[in-house]
Write a new protein. Structure first.
Length: 214
């Protein structure tokens, strides 16, 4: 396994789920695509996450120096990127390397990084997930039912269910952007995109008829 390649896969995967926030005190986030061209000195504001406050690429109730994130915390985009990498390399990966003994593929290792980033590194012990992985068990099924409840209310969250489904796809190597997009927007399909496809198909059929192909 190329560990560095796996880390890069995981970091991009995480960004697609977490997004970059917040744009202002009143909220709003930057998509991963917008973040790529965002000036490094752009100010980011904290946002409520159900347990307290997070900032940057999410999952930061505390900054790397131990400072607690509050409603008034701000950081730059440059620091958000550094904190994101710090969380992956210094917080998540050491626990994975400690608990997982089975050889993994790049995608499988990336899956565990994403899972740990979202649920906490020691969430690998929930539902004996680490044991299932090490024994070669049904990881996808176990992953899909692990850490899917809100830590504050105990309620099952659709967003967490969808993220675990995406992670299960990443684990087995079948994850792709189109799958992820429709999974997370199943109740709000982009009808404009569908209409665009329909219009294009109509013109194509008209062209074929003109050429006497159909």
């Amino acid at each position: 396994m190329n560990k560095e390649a796996s880390i890069q896969i995981a970091m991009e995967f995480i960004k697609k789920w977490e997004r970059l926030g917040s744009k202002s005190r009143s909220g709003g986030s930057y998509s991963p695509e917008q973040a790529k061209t965002l000036p490094l000195d752009t100010i980011l504001y904290s946002f409520p996450d159900g347990r307290g406050y997070s900032i940057g690429w999410g999952s930061y109730d505390k900054l790397p120096d131990g400072t607690k994130v509050t409603a008034n915390t701000t950081i730059t985009k440059e620091k958000a990127d550094k904190f994101h990498e710090f969380a992956v390399r210094d917080t998540i990966i050491p626990v994975i390397d400690k608990l997982i003994t089975r050889p993994l593929t790049e995608n499988q290792y990336a899956t565990l990084i994403s899972f740990g980033y979202n649920a906490g590194p020691y969430a690998l012990s929930y539902n004996n997930l680490a044991g299932v992985i090490n024994s070669g068990g049904d990881v996808e099924t176990t992953l899909k039912k692990t850490a899917i409840t809100d830590s504050g209310t105990g309620k099952v969250l659709t967003g967490l269910i969808n993220r675990r489904k995406d992670e299960a796809k990443l684990w087995d190597g079948s994850y792709n952007e189109l799958y992820s997009y429709y999974l997370r927007n199943s109740s709000n399909i982009n009808y404009g995109f569908i209409i665009l496809i329909g219009v294009g198909l109509a013109f194509y059929i008209k062209y074929l008829k003109k050429k006497n192909i159909v």
